[in-house]
Design a protein around this ligand. Structure first.
Ligand code: NAP
Length: 495
């Protein structure tokens, strides 16, 4: 049975919001913040407060480092097979609780339940994959070229890791870091996004039940991530920063980490081009476009942000995409038939509106949508814009919403040049029936990941990450994900 089938067969489980908001998770205990302050968690579908979680102080962060340090020797000495079994149990428990987790994600993030279910399946898979990888961490042994000594390379856990995650995939961005870190033998402190802390805390309860020892995973939420990160990175026991979020914040964190020469993995913003050549299978391209654009209502780092369509197929593609976008059911994330949920905040809606207004002023034609919805939730309608100008603001950065801008191109060379005309390089999509051209274009595009005749690229078994301003390092993949949490130790010996 596939994971998706297991999830759809599971019983509906209503999330216990009070349990998810019971406190910071430090040293295996649920604690209140030393400040006594709380952070409100808002339901983006209604704009109303769902609950609140503790706002951790610097002291709470120090307690987390102490807990992670105390747990580290035993965890790194735990046999890989045992670590693997615990990770496998995390995977199983996530599947057993998948409906509860999906509902919780929908409530605090707003995404449609079907997207939330997909996220839970993807997030759980990082535990299964890394349970399998935990027992396959091998070293190297060889003879030095001089013949005078042997070279032994041992891979050791890097140490305590600070993990910082965004709101758009509250489960998957956490498990994509926690699972390989634990498989490698590291202990961690997770700081989830303030908008979506409940999923991170609900997952912490699952880790505990799966047998993750106290102190190995610590989770805390704060409204002062900058000062807290400075303190955590300044502690010499902390050796790794793994961050997923915007490029702007990533740059600040790299500068902070540089002061202490901390190893960094950075999963940052994207500006994915989606190329459709004249010879593409139109239906497949449209289906892929809907996934690449509308999964998570456009709030994904891999979301198609610029549609480059060759002249011969441009009008048909525009018409087909508009038809599909208009047909989407917009609504509260938790409603069963919702296909496009709200944006994360009102500020996000305002940003999208500003980008759309800017492109309209520069000559774009609105084929559907194009005006923010009024009301309590943070909604923006599915929108298609044709003939968007290259000097539109939305071409330069992330839209992060349900807006598909179309640009026309003539030649393969032009398509590659325009696809690369961005500081980002995370994902790209290419549709053509000519496989040689598909591979040539994939090779020419500056991005860490290419989806060739596909609308979805993420897979825990493949290395995920970007080039240029989209990041440093890789998550997932056969050895890439775990390698980010290990140091190579070389031992020279003569015999
Ligand atoms: P963000 O504003 O950069 O925040 C990400 C995380 O960093 C949050 O936990 C945030 O905490 C924290 N943070 C903010 N300022 C900080 C500081 N000065 N020091 C330490 N931590 C700080 O990004 P976002 O709006 O949550 O997420 C959307 C962005 O993430 C997009 O750019 C998207 O492309 C990117 N993303 C990338 C990937 C990838 O794999 N490449 C995946 C998903 C998302 P608070 O919530 O408390 O502010």
């Amino acid at each position: 049975m596939t994971i998706a089938q297991q999830i759809s067969n599971s019983n509906h489980q209503v999330p216990d919001i009070a349990a998810a908001a019971r406190g910071l998770y430090i040293d295996g205990e649920w604690r209140q913040s030393r400040s006594g302050q709380q952070i409100d968690v808002i339901d983006p579908s209604t704009g109303r407060v769902l609950t609140s979680v503790p706002d951790a102080t610097i002291d709470d962060a120090r307690r987390s480092i102490d807990a992670a340090a105390a747990a580290a020797p035993a965890w790194r000495a735990t046999p890989p097979r045992r670590r693997s079994e615990i990770l496998r149990r995390c995977f199983e428990l996530m599947l057993e609780r998948s409906e509860m987790l999906a509902s919780l994600i929908s409530m605090e993030n707003g995404k449609a339940l079907r997207d939330a279910r997909g996220e839970v399946a993807y997030a759980a898979e990082f535990f299964r994959w890394n349970a399998e990888e935990a027992v396959r961490i091998t070293g190297e042994f060889g003879i030095a070229p001089s013949g005078t000594n042997r070279i032994i390379v041992d891979y050791q856990p890097i140490g305590i890791c600070l993990l910082i995650t965004p709101w758009n995939f509250p489960a998957a961005m956490a498990t994509r870091k926690i699972a390989p870190a634990l498989a490698a033998g590291c202990t961690v402190i997770l700081k989830p996004a303030s908008e979506t802390p409940l999923t991170a805390y609900a997952l912490a309860a699952i880790y505990e039940e799966a047998g993750v020892p106290k102190g190995v995973v610590n989770v805390l939420t704060t409204t002062t991530p900058g000062p807290m990160t400075e303190v955590v990175l300044a502690d010499p026991r902390v050796r790794k920063l793994s961050f997923t979020g915007s490029t702007d914040v990533g740059r600040q964190l790299l500068a902070e980490a540089a002061k202490h020469v901390i190893s960094c993995s950075m999963e940052l913003g994207g500006n994915a081009p989606f190329l459709v050549f004249d010879d593409a299978d139109l239906d497949a391209a449209l289906e892929g476009a809907m996934i690449a654009k509308m999964r998570n209502a456009g709030e994904a780092c891999t979301a198609a942000n610029r549609f480059y369509v060759q002249s011969g197929i441009y009008d048909q593609f525009a018409e087909g995409l508009t038809k599909r976008m208009v047909a989407l059911k917009v609504g509260a994330g938790v409603e069963a038939d919702t296909e496009c949920g709200p944006m994360i905040t009102r500020k996000a809606v305002e940003k999208i509106s500003r980008l759309v207004e800017d492109s309209k002023a520069k000559g774009a034609r609105v084929l559907c949508g194009g005006d923010a919805t009024t009301g309590d939730g943070f909604f923006y309608p599915p929108t298609v814009l044709a003939d968007v100008s290259d000097d539109s603001e939305m071409k330069a950065g992330e839209i992060f919403g349900p807006v598909a801008p179309l640009y026309r191109f003539e030649s393969e060379h032009e398509a590659i040049e325009r696809a690369n005309d961005t500081e980002y390089g995370l994902a790209a999509y290419v549709y053509t029936r000519d496989i040689a051209r598909g591979l040539r274009v994939s090779s020419g595009i500056e991005a860490g990941m290419i989806a060739l005749n596909r609308g979805l690229v993420s897979d825990p078994a493949a290395p995920f990450g970007g080039v240029k301003q989209s990041g440093l390092g890789r998550e997932g993949g056969q050895h890439h994900g775990i390698a980010e949490f290990m140091e190579a130790k070389y031992i020279a010996t003569s015999f």
